[in-house]
Every structure is written in C-alpha cells, then in structure tokens.
Design a protein around this ligand. Structure first.
Ligand code: CP
Length: 318
C-alpha cells in the first residue's frame, strides 16, 4: 500500500470524482516512473508477475482495451480479454455470476467496460480483487481522464491555472465528466461548450463554465479537447444534421486561431475526421492526440500497479 508521501489506499479505480488531487498526482508520479522503464532496452518490469488481469469489455474499444492489455503485459502479468459477445451472458447468466466465475478461475484483477453506469462500482463491491473501470455508460472513464491530464501535466508542468475548453457532446460523455473532475481538482479552469442540447446549464454544478458561444469560449484557452458525437447514447439527434454541427462547432483553422497561440489540441478518440475536427488539425504540430494514446500505457500501468498494492514511493525512487 502507499506510504504517506504517495497516497493510494484503494483496491479499485472506479471514478475520478472519488479521488483527491494528491491521489491523482500519485498516479502521475507512478506513470512517470513507468515511462522511464518503458524507455529502457528491456521495456518490462516484473511488478505483477504471477498475477492474471482479465479484461471484460461489453462495449467496443480500441485504445483502452489494447492499452490495458499492453500495460498488464509490460508489468509481466498474464492477461486475458474475453469476447463478451460470445460469453455466457448471452445465455442469461447474470453479470454477478459471470464475474464470480472468473474470480473462481483465479483472476487477480478485473478491468471492465459496460454500457450501464455503476457497473464497475457494483462489481467492485461484489469481488475482493481490484476492479478498474474502463468506462461505464455516460458516467466515468477514469483512466482516460488520468492519461489526458497527465499529458497536460507533462506539457505544461501542471494544471494549476490552465484554461481548458471541452467542446462537443458533453451530456453523453463519460470522458467529459471524468476530465471535469480531474481538471478542476488539479486547479484548471474548465469551460464546456457546444450546442445547448448537448451542453446543459446543469454542468455548472460541477464547477465549470457553460457556454454555447464558441468564439468567446475559446478565447485565451491553453488547450481544447474535442469530443465525438456519441450517437450510440442518443435516442433522438441533438441537432438537425452532422453538417450543421460541423458548420457551427467543428474545429477548423479559423476557430483554432481564437485559442492562445500554440494551444494544444486534444481528443480521446475515436476521431470522426471532418466532423468535430478538420482532418489536418488532428495531424498538426499542435495536436497531442497520439501523445494521449501513448500516455495511456504508462497511466494504466500505474493504475494496475497501485490498485494491486504496489509501492509507489519505492518505484519512483528506483
Ligand atoms: N478513448 C477511448 O475510450 O477509446 P476506445 O473506445 O477505443 O477505448
């Protein structure tokens, strides 16, 4: 377990809402130590040797699933990713029975993505092993926010006083919720912006500025995070057409100039090129989108390590 200098006494990683700023910084310091290891000729550590990590993804994923698989491999754990479309949940087995059976097969850590908010928290209560939330509906995606904020932390030396805009489908976004918690806990000023149907006033209760005016929302921002329109969670379209969304809110060269010079462009992926962002901006020198993906490996190594009782302080000193 963590020592007093590096707080972390959690079995699970369910949400950013429940973390303190110090706990988030412990993840960053641990991730930084793992980045050093990843740069060695033998980019591997025996930290989780003998443990088995099981990935249960009930929703599609590229980045999160591969990053968790690679993170477990780099920590020398055995890793299994179940194809939930062919699992026995399709025969009527409850989720509780599924995870208790996987636990009975000697799983040591479970990583779960599910369309229902609260699923990871429920599994964490049922099981006595670490459970990491890889996204639960529109609720939270904690490791995404950790890798996003770690990317900003590396780029700017910290988030205190940073001005950040999150643009797009805020209402249905677990990435937005987790990032709002993480960014504000770390001292950033966050503005959420987009059409009123996707950016409701209620978000002010989370300590952010809500705006529907793109030009004023982007003025003086150090970073902008674009979000995809999450059609899979919308019963009715929140705007008339994608073309109209792009015309009103898509990031293009002119709108980029409204931000601070050299502001960074972020996106959690998957990107819909030409919809929320011009394709050439996604590949521009101001884009840190692939840095975010790369940092997803070290931050998920840190999350797996810390939840397994790894000693952050000794790792950082090593
Ligand atoms: N950002 C993110 O969660 O991507 P995937 O859905 O590909 O995991």
């Amino acid at each position: 377990m963590a020592t007093s200098g590096m707080p972390w006494n959690r079995k699970d990683l369910i949400s950013i809402e429940e973390l303190t700023a110090d706990e988030i910084l412990t993840v960053f310091k641990t991730a930084q130590a793992f980045k050093k290891i990843l740069n060695r000729r033998t980019a591997k550590t025996p930290a989780l040797r003998g443990k088995t990590v099981v990935n249960l993804f009930f929703e599609n994923s590229t980045r999160t699933r591969v990053a968790f698989e690679m993170a477990a491999t780099k920590l020398s754990a055995d890793v299994m990713s179940l194809d939930m479309k062919t699992s026995s949940t399709s025969k009527g087995e409850t989720l509780r029975d599924t995870v208790e059976n996987i636990r009975a097969l000697a799983a040591d850590i479970i990583v779960i993505r599910h369309s229902s908010p609260g699923t990871a928290a429920y599994i964490a209560r049922v099981l006595d092993i670490p459970v990491l939330n890889a996204g639960d509906g529109a609720h939270e995606h904690p490791t995404q926010a950790l890798l996003d904020c770690y990317t900003l932390h590396e780029k700017f030396g910290g988030l205190q006083g940073l001005k950040i805009a999150i643009l797009g489908d805020i209402l249905y976004s677990r990435v937005a919720r987790s990032n709002i918690w993480a960014m504000t806990k770390l001292g950033a000023e966050v503005t959420v912006v987009g059409p009123a149907t996707l950016v409701p006033k209620e978000f002010e209760q989370l300590g952010v500025t809500v705006s529907h005016d793109l030009k004023s929302a982007l003025a003086d921002k150090d970073a902008i995070m674009l979000l995809r329109i999450q059609h899979e969670r919308q019963n009715v379209s929140a705007f008339p057409s994608l073309n109209e969304y792009t015309r009103m809110f898509g990031l293009n060269k002119t709108r980029l100039s409204w931000l601070k010079k050299n502001a960074v462009i972020m996106h959690p992926g998957p990107i819909n090129r030409g919809v929320e962002i011009d394709s050439d901006l996604a590949d521009s020198s101001q884009s840190v989108i692939l840095d975010q993906v790369t940092n997803g490996l070290a931050t998920r190594m840190a999350a797996l390590y810390l939840c397994s009782g790894g000693n952050a302080e000794s790792l950082v000193k090593s």
